[in-house]
Design a protein around this ligand. Structure first.
Ligand code: ADP
Ligand code: MG
Length: 567
């Protein structure tokens, strides 16, 4: 072997490692789930690449599997795969740095968090992946050879500041990750990870559905004292989605979700369906109970995996779920697609479009059901994913009606509770046609706006919209249930037309206009730099004047938002 090169971890990686090692996670067992999941990904990648590059098959792609090896004397646990492997550059890039956007902000939040539970929940949203190995090991050794290359590399680190790299000859294709285990310490949540039964239990719990065999050498002593050595497959590899709903327990659904979603909370909703006919498929989808920290970062991708007849094809299948439903996780197994199908092809496939339409309807339908049957749970889900769903009102005009039904908004009706548009319409005054809203940066700002005066005085309910995205969708959506959405800060809102009994007569109106006939042109000229026009209004009760936008103007918040985005 050649000389050793010592490299430094990127600053963010070092911070994350420190947080992981100093035990933010109370559940240390998940390190094995993470390493097995990486091994499984590596096997998928090799199988996929070998479909197009037959030379890779020479290295052996017939018995793809994961093996777990225990060395009690050396106190090591090794997770080995004969998958795609990594080059030296891969190791530096993939293991030495964190490419995820938003990492710095997340680390800041974790450091500021007041208690361990908050910190754990934040880091859980991030997903520590490979680094979770350092929760249970004080040294980690990775040996790996990329399929199609001749030389292997060893990576080794104690998870502090640096890692060592060195070339190694004679490695098989694939990767082995060897953990030099810390001593078991129940107070610290560290189990005995050399124990066969503990390993079995963790694999069963977190990795049972992994689609490659996870093998382990076992020893059994029989009654006569003879020792039988065996290679056991620890996981059942059963495709949960292919089983009838009645035969799957809630616990099994939850564990499957936690495994594919890298979540430690159960999902808020499970959707399991089967479509028969010309294009057959099964889908098992989940709505998480908590949003990931990077739900609104640019790179966040869809959470739906595509399988073809039980064979894994790809993660993040954006063709199956629109962007605004990127928080939905799960699996779609299509029976009539080629194993070689590409992302490109999927984007243009008519049948895939059909599947996607159906899945969107299912998800929106499940949310609607939850809203009517379990309002409390729905409120939590809306808090987590409402902002993403509102993007749907801008992107997905085919489902405007269904999405509008889901909207929850603050309102002047009840400061303690949000309202749906349906509930708003049911409370509308006689003769009221529009749904009134006002957008702004905060609830307090909206409530104290002079625009609010006449509406409050005359008892009209106004929706209080404070999300930046609210500005966008309210403009795009023509009406809900036949009632137009009307900003009380824009254009002419003629309250008198609908106010009961207080309508001023034509004569009174003429008199009022005459009274101010000289003032208005003077104000318009004097303020010509600042405003387009000064006119009389019936919308104020106590304030003398207020500024309103044209019906088609950008609102101040939206202007600010566009400016911040550099448009
Ligand atoms: P993630 O799996 O979410 O990408 P990880 O921290 O678990 O994050 O892994 C980082 C990257 O390191 C992986 O994306 C993969 O490219 C690489 N990697 C980790 N383990 C293996 C492995 N056993 N074989 C090949 N590549 C691996
Ligand atoms: Mg991973």
């Amino acid at each position: 072997s050649s000389s050793v090169e010592t490299l430094e971890f990127q600053a963010e990686t070092r911070q994350l490692l420190r947080l992981v090692i100093h035990s933010i996670y109370s559940n240390k067992d998940i390190f094995l789930r993470e390493l097995i999941s990486n091994a499984s990904d590596a096997l998928d990648k090799l199988r996929l690449e070998s479909l197009t590059d037959s030379s890779l098959a020479d290295d052996g792609t017939t018995d793809l599997h994961i093996s777990l090896e225990v060395d009690k004397d050396a106190r090591t646990l090794t997770v080995r795969d004969n998958g795609i492997g990594m080059t030296r550059d891969d190791l530096v890039e993939l293991i030495g740095t964190i490419a995820k956007s938003g990492t710095a902000g997340l680390l800041e939040k974790i450091k500021e968090s007041k208690d361990a539970a908050t910190a754990e929940s934040l880091i859980g949203q991030f997903g520590v992946g490979f680094y979770s190995a350092f929760m249970v090991a004080d040294k980690v050794t990775v040996r790996t050879r990329r399929a199609g290359t001749d030389s292997g590399t060893q990576w080794e680190s104690d998870g502090e500041a640096t890692y060592d790299l060195q070339d190694v000859d004679g490695l098989p294709v694939g990767t082995s990750v060897t953990l030099h285990l810390k001593p078991a310490d129940s107070e610290d949540g560290l189990a005995d990870y050399l124990s066969e039964s503990k390993i079995r239990q963790i694999v069963k719990q977190y990795s049972d559905f992994i689609r490659w065999p996870i093998r382990m050498a076992t020893e059994r002593t029989d009654t006569e004292g003879g020792i039988t050595r065996d290679i056991d497959t620890l996981n059942s590899m059963k495709a949960l989605w292919a089983r009838p709903r009645s035969e799957v327990t809630e616990e099994e659904y939850n564990e499957f979700y936690q495994q594919i979603g890298h979540d430690w909370l159960p999902p808020a909703e499970t959707i399991h369906m089967r479509a028969e006919g010309t294009f057959e498929y099964e889908a098992l989808l989940f709505i998480p109970s908590q949003a990931p920290f990077d739900l609104f970062s640019r790179e966040t991708r869809s959470g739906v995996q595509l399988y073809v007849k039980r064979v894994f094809i790809m993660d993040d299948c954006e063709a199956l779920m629109p962007n605004y439903l990127r928080f939905v996780k799960g699996v779609v197994d299509a029976h009539d697609l080629s194993l070689n199908v590409s992302r490109e092809l999927l984007q243009h496939d008519r049948q895939i479009h059909g599947v996607r339409r159906r899945l969107v309807k299912k998800v929106l339908g499940a949310l609607k059901d939850m809203q009517s049957k379990d309002a409390e749970r729905y409120t939590k889900v809306w808090e987590q994913f409402g902002r993403a769903l509102k993007e749907g009102l801008v992107e997905d005009t085919a489902n405007t009606e269904a999405l509008l039904e889901l909207v929850s908004a603050a309102s002047t009706h009840d400061p303690e509770k949000t309202t749906t548009l349906r509930e708003y319409v049911e409370r509308m005054k006689d003769g009221q046609d529009s749904i009134y809203y006002l957008t702004g940066e905060s609830r307090a700002m909206v409530e104290n706006s002079p625009h609010m005066e006449a509406f409050t005085a005359k008892g009209y309910e106004v929706l209080i919209l404070t999300d930046p995205i609210d500005e966008v969708w309210v403009d795009q959506v023509p009406a809900f249930d036949g009632h137009p959405l009307q900003s009380i800060a824009k254009g002419q809102v003629d309250l008198d037309a609908s106010a009961d009994g207080q309508k001023e007569t034509e004569a009174e109106k003429a008199q009022r206009e005459q009274h101010f006939a000289a003032l208005l042109p003077w104000l318009t000229t004097t303020l010509s730099e600042q405003v387009k026009q000064v006119r009389l209004s019936s919308r104020l009760t106590t304030s003398a004047a207020c500024i309103v936008g044209d019906a088609h103007d950008l609102t101040p918040t939206l202007e600010k938002m566009y400016r911040a985005m550099g448009r």
